[in-house]
Write a protein of this length. Sequence first.
Length: 489
Amino acid sequence: MKKGTLWRLFLLGTFLIGVVMYAAVTSRYKNDEEWIQAEPTWGATPTQVVITATPVATQEITPPPLNLKGRTYVFSEMDEETARNWRNPGNAYDEAYYDMIGMYESEHDFKIEVKGSEAAPEEYLAMIRASILEDKPAGDIISVNASQAVSLLTDPSGNLLLAYNDIPGGDAINTKWSRGVSELLTVNGKTYGVCNKANAGVGLYFNKAKLRAAGIDTDALYQLQNSGQWDWEAFLSTFGTLFSDKCGTPDCYLLSADAKLTYSALLSNGTFVITKDDRDLLQVNTEAKEVSEALAFVHKLFESGVIYAPSQTAESSRQAFLDGKTAMIIEDMTFLDTLAEQDQIEYGFISFPHGPSAASQLNFFIYGENPVYVIPNCESSREKAEETVFVYQCYSDFPLMFDYGEEDAKLTNRFRYKLEKHLDEASCKTIYKLMYDYPVSVNNSELIADFSQAWAAEVIASDDYRSILNANKGLWEEQVSRFNACFTE
């Protein structure tokens, strides 16, 4: 037989063997849903399991999902309301969420129990500390605020919190978790706290009637924001001397004078007076160009006459806005609960304009509005830390709610229903952008328990903000040094 004929027969035989093998595989798996089922993708709706189909027989198969053998995992929450509302859905999203939790509990054989507390913050912190030191932690996962997390991290007896990235499975910081909280609680390369209840940061609520009366087109503000042109210069040119006292005392000013204005200017320029170095340790940052730019912007606003000077605290600023003395207020999403009681006010929400050293709007928090979820550093917690992280992944998941026509988990977060009840579409889209699209700017002073905010209100009206910074610099350096020593000695 000729060599060419033998070669053609060899190729034909190889092809036939391939056909037979393919037929054997496809007869075993008649459709995509019978391919090997991997672990459900985080975010899968309870009624739809995401199937990973692969025709490559040699691909490594994911190990079977965890079986937690009927164990109960306790989540200790700071407030009683969270525990009281657990598994008591208040809207369609809640129903989908609890269905999803039930699916995970059934599939992996575990239960989540949520316990609340009516204790005052100081009492709650003392109880959490004592429970960890006695190796009888109040929860497998414990909810605290940022300052309480710092107290546990810097406790005289040692660090009382486990680092997530020291736990198998805990180093994959998921995008569904709050980026700001994770970055804030990362110190010297270790992440000690995360937050699933991702929240939109600080922005500007505005009284629509007040802006319309002054001739401001609110749609134009959103156009500037969405095109990336909503910066300090656009803010100044839009409002100019509107709501200003340059022509006598106005019926309404633009903004109040409180620490949130200074904090927002700094953070919207991607900086603060306390920042982190490349090891995630704290450092004083008063000499930075970005700091000078931000404080100059604040003073320029004051000089233009648009600042309602009598307001010096967050409480008085809120009241000034509710009384119609200011057209705007700097607040986060928690302010929605207050505005919900003000039916006579039609309001909107837009991001705080960004400074010249920032390329876009930034998402930032000022007073630690988000809870922080931590894992106790004691023997009983260390033994099951990997399982605890897995359960928290389940707890912090988003249902996609396909039944409601939604395919994007971003648009079905637990705040959706509150937002759409109280805010218009443009405001809601702004909040989604803050939560998911804009980079994060972190207020690292939250890591210093006794950091004073008085200086931030003082610099607004001062002609010499540099002297105020210099007067506080020595104290800040001492506070930073004490904090860093807890992680480097």
